[in-house]
Design a binder for this molecule. Structure first.
Ligand SMILES: [Zn+2]
Length: 153
């Protein structure tokens, strides 16, 4: 991520901080993606809009129950003191369903998140349910997808 987009800011910890790298900061956009508004990297917000349009078409009930616990947020991965979360580049999003968040490390996954995974996967997003420390509320643009989107926006 650092190689692709640069280091979002020099200092970080577990708190949510703003991006300070100017060329990255100017690529952050705020938009209504359907069920909510988000702030994130331009190409990620555009891709998320495509995902949400598909969810609206195929899973309208789920679409209307979706909420977000945030997209852009410069901080380390929970529990880490050196690895930046992909939220730091505005390319990851945490989702709630009917106001409920799937807690990190949980054994079970909300059925709606499984349905969402299908649509995110088609747009080249990675699901946090596959992390060693399971994080099913979390979806992030895969590095390969970011490369493609940056080269061919
Ligand atoms: Zn997350």
């Amino acid at each position: 991520m650092k190689g692709l987009l640069g280091l979002p800011r020099k200092d970080a910890d577990q708190r949510c901080r703003p991006v300070t790298l100017p060329e990255l900061r100017e690529r952050m956009v705020t938009a209504d993606v359907g069920p909510f508004r988000v702030t994130g990297l331009d190409v990620a917000v555009e891709s998320l809009t495509r995902v949400m349009n598909q969810v609206h078409e195929h899973e309208p009930d789920l679409f209307h129950r979706l909420g977000t616990a945030g997209m852009l947020c410069c901080r380390y991965v929970r529990g880490s003191t050196r690895r930046l979360s992909n939220h730091s580049w505005g390319t990851a999003i945490d989702l709630s369903i009917s106001g409920q968040l799937n807690s990190v490390g949980a054994e079970t996954v909300q059925r709606g998140l499984l349905k969402l995974y299908y649509h995110f996967h088609k747009e080249g997003w990675y699901w946090g349910a596959g992390f060693r420390r399971r994080d099913a509320m979390h979806f992030e643009l895969a590095d390969e997808t970011i490369k493609q989107l940056i080269i061919k926006p």
